[in-house]
Design a protein. Structure first.
Length: 283
């Protein structure tokens, strides 16, 4: 297996563990996959609910904090965060929700001298529920969840998904306004490919240009073609060289995480993605 060359990247590089779903389902240990990522000099790992292998339990794939603490000690130089799917934009998710609390505990266990970092994505709040009248309710909910992370001296990231960007952006802005001086503890997990779920392809570049670097905790990279996420980041619906040049120009400094579709050749696909997008000269 060849090594991924990352020395010329302007960002810390990593991946989301659902890239390894094929390997995990085939019996590979999460430890061994992380060890290979470290060997490949990928230093940021997002542990996505449903792709934690033996470190999660039950039908809802609850992260197991005590076991994850052992993982963090083994990989003390890796920057970890935990990612859960929860209806965090519906205004009804309690900070006492058992899965949210399990995610917070897991983020604390994995902190490795960094602030605990929990990332949420809402795949349940539908576009028709995203009305102007619901912005304040959603913002109140995010503030409460952020305050719960603040108790752990941590950070909450929210990934946009099936909600219209203008509505989602308004919720995040209102949440930060309510948090005031604490607003840096609530950030955006920015995934340009997800914008294609609700926006026109020719609007993506303008949205990328509008996002403030200080509001972003991380950037996800994946490619879509014919409505399907691809196992690599070759040609497709997004012009990734152009988007990455925009992000570079705007001084985004957060980590870049690949979230390519799971595939048996995941390492070769990651190597090709890094070489094509982050090492080769951008057009």
């Amino acid at each position: 297996m060849t090594s991924i060359v990352v020395s010329d990247s302007p960002w810390p590089l990593g991946l989301v563990s659902n890239c390894w779903k094929v390997q995990l389902d085939s019996g590979a240990a999460l430890d061994s996959l992380i060890a290979e990522a470290v060997r490949q000099r990928l230093t940021v790992i997002e542990l996505r609910q449903g792709s934690l292998g033996e470190y999660e339990a039950g039908p809802t794939c609850v992260p197991q904090a005590e076991r994850l603490a052992e993982l963090a000690r083994r990989f003390s130089d890796v920057r970890f965060n935990v990612a859960l799917s929860l209806p965090c934009l519906g205004g009804k998710l309690s900070r006492e929700d058992s899965l949210f609390l399990a995610g917070r505990s897991a983020a604390m266990a994995l902190a490795n001298r960094q602030p605990p970092h929990l990332r949420l994505v809402d795949l349940q709040t539908r576009p028709e529920q995203c009305q102007e009248s619901s912005i304040e309710s959603a913002a109140r909910g995010l503030v409460e969840l952020t305050e719960a992370m603040l108790q752990a001296k941590g950070m909450l990231s929210i990934e946009h998904a099936r909600q219209p960007w203008a509505w989602f952006d308004s919720v995040m802005r209102e949440s930060r306004r309510r948090l005031g001086v604490r607003s840096s503890h609530l950030r955006l997990c920015f995934d340009p490919c997800n914008l294609l779920l609700t926006e026109k392809a020719d609007e993506v570049a303008g949205i990328v240009e509008s996002v403030e670097p200080q509001d972003v905790s991380m950037i996800h990279i994946k490619q879509r073609q014919d409505g399907q996420v691809q196992p690599d980041v070759g040609d497709g619906d997004l012009d990734w060289p152009k988007l990455l040049e925009m992000l570079r120009r705007r001084s985004h400094s957060g980590p870049v995480l690949f979230e390519i579709a799971a595939h048996a050749d995941v390492w070769a696909n990651l190597e090709n993605g890094v070489a094509r997008l982050l090492i080769a000269p951008l057009a």
